[in-house]
Design a protein around this ligand. Structure first.
Ligand SMILES: Cc1cc2nc3c(=O)[nH]c(=O)nc-3n(C[C@H](O)[C@H](O)[C@H](O)COP(=O)(O)OP(=O)(O)OC[C@H]3O[C@@H](n4cnc5c(N)ncnc54)[C@H](O)[C@@H]3O)c2cc1C
Length: 465
């Protein structure tokens, strides 16, 4: 990001500068405006919404290439939907799900494939342990848990191997790592896993469709939350195609340099994933703990792909469209058709380690591999989608992966305290800093509001320069 050409041609003054017009930066701006502060948001892309991105297919049906689901416990998102008058509908989940294992498609009900009785009991007891641990984590300071050092030293894979005895239960628990975090179980701090589940209200809430994290979808796309928030802000305060590359702070205030403008403010909120915040230059430089943290929160890798058919034909076979596979493309499938079923859309995810090699292949290769898997799941009718669209988030310069930044072993205990602590006039937002629904849009909103509240209290205690 330091390569932005030095063609600054104007300066602006405001109370608070915000870097990033994702849901976190926009939520911070809303609260600051309501408190009567002047705000300028600098956004690198030519659009708002960051990791939410809605796009019309060629038949006009809008799909989400980024975030798409909302659940009833995501209070801020639910409130904003109501306020903006956006329409949602329930995720389709009538009928059986499928598990594709060794080329055979097995029907099952519920969230996980039928395991034999021993494996099922084994999985249930492991999830019970996960739920209990998740509920015990202090969400604003996971490193303060009495067993934090031990939990943080261990990977999620190591915990699974020590706590599940059957192959079926281990497979199901490990499958959750790429599908929730877009990384492998062997790459995740176990403390991070239980923190994350805890922030969402538990494993069941996070993984469930009805009543859980995948409960409902947006008729016109989830990005409508961001465009709605931006439209409600005073004109001219969201500046697009302004890539921030440098932040200077002193006793008097901060200067935030972007592509064509420099903003002078009393405080700045950096609403970026930590790894992207670590790519900015700061003067004075970041304290070592904060910089070390931003070197240790990699983004996951996920490719989201959608296959459109004339109808949701699988529903006639009493299939929900939901499937787990042992294939690389896709590993997870959902029915992503419109509410009225006027066309059929299957959504596939390739995540974690397989996504790292598949992101280097061509869209045609990914499409072909995806269709082959869908045919094994749903039969010959899946062979010829009318349309294929995909999005690889790791290729996006201003995201560099998804769904969120993750913590590898040891990171929470060594560097966690630097995640939210402001550095002078620089405050941190972004879903990665949230204590509820971390990694989700709800978390992004909470984090933005928390950063704005911190700035407001700092402004109350500092004289205007
Ligand atoms: C494929 C996918 C599926 C997902 N599914 C769901 C879901 O179903 N439900 C859910 O709740 N969440 C989901 N998420 C996660 C959710 O989208 C994110 O948690 C949320 O959007 C993050 O918001 P944010 O504001 O914290 O960060 P971002 O959205 O990443 O916003 C950061 C902003 O900063 C900008 N930026 C970056 N660098 C600079 C710079 N140098 N200068 C200026 N601006 C910069 C970016 O362009 C971006 O607009 C999903 C995400 C993805 C990608």
């Amino acid at each position: 990001m330091s390569s932005a050409p030095p063609r600054i041609h104007s300066t602006l003054k405001c109370d608070v500068a915000i870097v990033g017009a994702g849901m976190s930066g926009l939520s911070a701006a809303r609260l600051l405006f309501e408190a009567g502060k002047s705000v300028v948001i600098l956004e690198a892309r030519d659009r708002v919404g960051g990791r939410t991105l809605s796009k019309a297919l060629s038949n006009g049906f809008v799909v989400d290439m980024g975030g798409q689901w909302v659940g009833p416990t995501q209070q801020r998102v639910v409130g904003l939907i109501r306020q903006l008058g956006l329409q949602t509908f329930k995720t389709y989940q009538t009928g059986a799900s499928l598990a594709l294992i060794d080329g055979a498609a097995l029907r099952y009900d519920g969230i996980l494939p039928n395991l034999d009785e021993t494996s099922g009991l084994d999985l249930a007891q492991a999830i019970e342990k996960l739920e209990a641990l998740a509920a015990s984590i202090p969400l604003d300071a996971p490193w303060a848990h009495p067993d934090a050092a031990e939990l943080d030293r261990m990977t999620y894979a190591e915990w699974i191997d020590a706590n599940a005895n059957t192959q079926g239960a281990r497979w199901a628990l490990k499958f959750m790592a790429p599908s929730v975090f877009s990384v492998d179980a062997s790459e995740l701090s176990f403390l991070h896993v239980v923190f994350y589940f805890g922030s969402c209200g538990g494993v069941d809430v996070l993984t469930a469709t009805e009543g859980g994290g995948q409960d409902s979808r947006f008729v016109d796309g989830m990005q409508g939350l961001a465009t709605g928030l931006a439209a409600a802000l005073p004109g001219g305060c969201v500046l697009l195609e302004e890539v921030v590359d440098r932040i200077v702070q002193d006793q008097a205030g901060v200067s935030v340099r972007a592509t064509s403008i420099e903003v002078h403010a009393r405080h700045v909120i950096v609403a970026l994933p930590p790894t992207l915040a670590g790519r900015l230059r700061y003067d004075p430089p970041m304290p070592p703990l904060r910089d070390s943290l931003t070197q240790r929160m990699p983004m996951g890798t996920a490719i989201k792909m959608m296959f459109r058919y004339p109808t949701p034909f699988w529903r006639a076979d009493e299939l929900s469209g939901m499937a787990m596979t042992d294939k690389e493309v896709p590993q997870l499938v959902y029915d992503n058709s419109p509410a009225d079923g006027s066309c059929g859309v299957l959504l596939g995810f390739t995540e974690g380690i397989p996504a790292r090699s598949w992101m280097q292949r061509s869209p045609d290769e990914r499409r072909a591999a995806g269709v082959e898997t869908l045919v094994q799941l749903f039969g010959a009718k899946a062979a010829e989608p009318l349309e294929y669209v995909e999005h690889s988030w790791v290729s996006e310069e201003f995201s560099r992966g998804c769904y969120a930044g993750t913590m590898p072993p040891g990171a929470w205990c060594s560097f966690g305290p630097a995640l939210r602590a402001n550095v002078g006039r620089i405050h941190w937002a972004g879903t990665e800093t949230a204590t509820v629904w971390n990694g989700y849009v709800e978390g992004a909103m909470q984090a933005g509001e928390r950063a704005a509240t911190d700035v407001l209290s700092a402004l109350d205690h500092r004289p205007t320069p």
